[in-house]
Design a protein around this ligand. Structure first.
Ligand SMILES: [Cu+2]
Length: 109
């Protein structure tokens, strides 16, 4: 009987955790978002430069026409300018993603 109670407790905890979602988009910075403004630079160079000037890496998701910040922008840094799928959960305010994993994808914009 005791073990039964333990198992049902575990199940309950499982439901309380927000579900991971996949976000397909590309890594940019929060200053440029969807469009990079600096001429003569590719997306990665622009994002890197913007971050040097105080921006943070962010994920732009074209399907949502929305930009998300990451819980830790450093997780996005190695993927600057790349198309990626980020797995994670959205924060309560909907502005940032608690990143579980990031994988690079070949995708057309
Ligand atoms: Cu930029």
């Amino acid at each position: 009987m005791r073990s039964m109670a333990f198992v049902s407790l575990l199940c309950f905890a499982g439901f309380a955790v927000a579900e991971d979602k996949e976000f397909q988009g590309y890594v940019t910075d929060d200053m440029c978002a969807a469009e990079h403004m600096m001429e003569g630079m590719n997306d990665k160079e622009c994002a890197d430069e913007c971050v040097k000037m105080g921006a943070v890496y962010a994920l732009f998701v074209p399907d949502d026409a929305k930009m998300y910040l990451a819980d830790d922008p450093k997780k996005l840094e190695p993927h600057a300018g790349e198309n990626v799928v980020v797995t994670g959960t959205v924060s309560a305010d909907g502005k940032s993603i608690q990143v579980t994993s990031i994988r690079k994808v070949e995708a057309s914009r």
